[in-house]
Design a protein. Structure first.
Length: 351
């Protein structure tokens, strides 16, 4: 009999779908408990934990009121494995629900980035994270920076899996590069969107085709930014498939995050021969060697200098960069290889 796996995660997220769909296709008995009202996974055994609206900026305190409901679900299906995504929120309520249910199950948590590196109310959430991560059986992290932070809570490194689930390498269909610059990070302080806009505004060339996709931005801020930078195209949100299309048409992908996991958009940029210009932080340095397969910047002057440099790169330089990134992705980021490693680590009986 195949193992039963219960995922506690956002069913509307592409990150969740990458995990859940693999195990569904492998004929595990897969269940999914979620606070989202939209299911973008292949899982048919789905439990909706709440009718409340989910806030994209966090503060979803109503999660706590679903612990009893989740414990009853665990009692009913008796999963061999419970895997929760995001630590102090769904991970925390999953741990409490397992304790209440008194069901013997393996429990693992996936840390995606902000839940560990920049959690809200850190005085409280850091305590929750420390408590949770030391009591779960396994921890999945998507970057070295997150691993370092998890270990700072006293978590045994032997129970930590580090690695991105990956992307479908070489599936890319290369489009005409008709977009010069693309940013798609959420409009939150950690993304430093205003830094990027102010830096781009100092460029002499205002005829570049520049696109900013700004999830989480308020209507008021969106209107202000659109008015201030009329030569840039702004979108509040774009579906995943449409975002992939934008990335495939882009020359330069930019990101100024102060901390991060392994950005899925960064990996897709590498896959679609889009040159990354990203902040010089640990998680980006894990993938980008400055000037070799992309570019890292430290400040505004550095950003502007390297952006102009990228836009003037010759064909031979571009071809070498593309070849380097293709080999990198094949070695470290192929979805089929990575998810098999995750599967092995997730289901093995011993940590």
């Amino acid at each position: 009999m195949n193992k039963k796996i219960l995922f506690v995660a956002d069913s509307n997220s592409i990150h969740t779908a990458k995990w859940v769909d693999y195990f569904v296709n492998k004929d595990y008995a897969v269940y999914l408990a979620t606070f989202s009202k939209v299911n973008n996974t292949k899982c048919q055994n789905i439990f909706y934990l709440s009718n409340n609206h989910i806030k994209s900026n966090g503060k979803n305190y109503h999660y706590l009121f679903s612990i009893k409901k989740l414990s009853n679900i665990i009692k009913d299906i008796k999963p061999n494995i419970v895997n929760a995504h995001f630590s102090y929120s769904m991970g925390f309520i999953s741990l409490l629900a397992i304790k209440i249910s008194k069901i013997n199950t393996r429990f693992s948590v996936v840390c995606h980035g902000s839940d560990i590196l920049t959690p809200p109310l850190p005085f409280i959430t850091n305590r929750i994270n420390k408590y949770l991560l030391n009591r779960c059986d396994k921890v999945f992290v998507v970057s070295d920076q997150i691993k370092d932070r998890v270990e700072s809570f006293g978590v045994d490194s032997q129970k930590i899996f580090i690695g991105q689930y990956g992307i479908e390498v070489n599936r890319a269909k290369f489009n005409k590069k008709d977009i010069d610059i693309l940013s798609n990070r959420a409009y939150i302080p950690n993304s430093r969107i205003d830094f990027l806009l102010e830096s781009i505004d100092k460029l002499d060339n205002k005829e570049l085709n520049i696109i900013f996709v700004l999830p989480n931005i308020s209507n008021n801020d969106f209107e202000k930014i659109s008015h201030k930078y009329p030569y840039i195209k702004f979108y509040k949100k774009i579906e995943y498939n449409k975002m992939i299309n934008l990335i495939s048409r882009t020359k330069v992908y930019i990101s100024a995050t102060l901390s991060d996991g392994t950005s899925l958009s960064l990996l897709e940029a590498l896959n679609f021969q889009t040159i990354p210009l990203v902040s010089n932080i640990i998680s980006n340095r894990s993938w980008i060697l400055d000037g070799i397969n992309g570019y890292l910047f430290n400040n505004q002057i550095d950003f502007i200098k390297k952006l102009n440099q990228i836009l003037l790169l010759k064909k031979d330089d571009l071809d070498n960069l593309y070849k380097t990134n293709n080999l990198l992705l094949l070695n470290r980021c192929d979805y089929k290889k990575q998810i098999k490693k995750i599967e092995k680590f997730l289901i093995m009986d011993k940590v």
